[in-house]
Design a protein around this ligand. Structure first.
Ligand code: APR
Length: 246
């Protein structure tokens, strides 16, 4: 069965994902029913000021999400995107820009992934001028906050907090890909946080065909898309992206 999205016909594909694609793996979204943002603590601990003033409390706030990653798996939505990338012809470009920090796309096999908000499974030093390299760390260290072995400053999750800039490399690579693409797919994102919420406008202005896949209406930027499909990404994506065989 051929999927509804004829991805074979495009020369360069960009996919933007948000928390909605990981909902099927049991991870909470930020907005909507049961969303994390209904938790005022996110505003108290999810900022760069909180990190400066109370680094160990910020660590303890996010640590449960890293702990939870030990018990969740990529879902068929993640796997469908990894299969799409693997099935493309060599001359077709593919870039996956994710706002998620859970690393599930890479675990599903996606290769060209831009982690626009970082990765919670990586630890780095909170001191920007320290040479200590970020490293993969799946231990939540719930019992004791960690300090840098080089400079003694508190360690932190390698994620973008509110009030921080998106990493320059991520910004540059995302902008390049979006300007080149002729198919832009947004999956499971509320389209409320900039600059990612504007990607669809940039893609369209460069002539791309744009498709939104989301659980339900109420999207703030749904009108910016040429096509919209509503439903859970974990079931809809595999259907829409079904392989080459008819
Ligand atoms: N399938 C598809 N979409 C889903 C599903 C699902 N199973 N479940 C929820 N959704 C949709 C919701 O309807 C919502 O529109 O996913 C979207 C999730 O939106 P948010 O919770 O706002 O997450 P996101 O768009 O990723 O937020 C962007 O905001 O808080 C910051 O840094 C945080 O990266 C995050 C950014």
């Amino acid at each position: 069965m051929r999927g509804k999205i004829d991805w074979q016909n495009y020369r360069s594909i960009v996919v933007l994902t948000g928390a909605g694609i990981s909902a099927g793996s049991g991870l909470p979204t930020f907005r909507g029913p049961g969303g994390l943002w209904s938790d005022a603590k996110i505003l108290e601990f999810g900022t760069v000021d909180a990190l400066r003033e109370r680094p160990f409390e910020v660590w303890r706030f996010f640590a449960p999400l890293r702990e939870k990653l030990k018990s969740v798996q990529p879902n068929p939505g993640h796997l469908a995107l990894a299969t799409l990338e693997a099935d493309l012809q060599p001359e077709q470009g593919f870039t996956l820009i994710t706002q998620n920090v859970d690393g599930l796309h890479q675990r599903a096999g996606s290769k060209n992934v831009i982690e626009y908000h970082g990765g919670i499974y990586r630890t780095r030093c909170s001191n920007r001028s320290c040479f200590f390299e970020p490293f993969e760390d799946f231990d939540a260290h719930l019992e004791e906050p960690q300090v840098c072995p080089f400079c003694g400053d508190p360690l932190r999750f390698d994620i973008v907090l509110f009030g921080e800039l998106i990493p320059m490399d991520a910004q540059r690579l995302a902008k390049q890909a979006i300007r080149k693409c002729d198919l832009f797919l947004a999956v499971g994102t509320s389209g409320t946080v900039f600059p990612a919420a504007d990607f669809v406008v940039t893609a369209r202005s460069h002539g791309a065909h744009t498709i939104l896949i989301n659980l339900e209406e109420g999207q703030s930027n749904v009108t910016s898309f040429n096509e919209v499909y509503f439903g859970p990404a974990e079931t809809l994506l595999p259907e829409l992206l079904a392989g080459k065989t008819d």
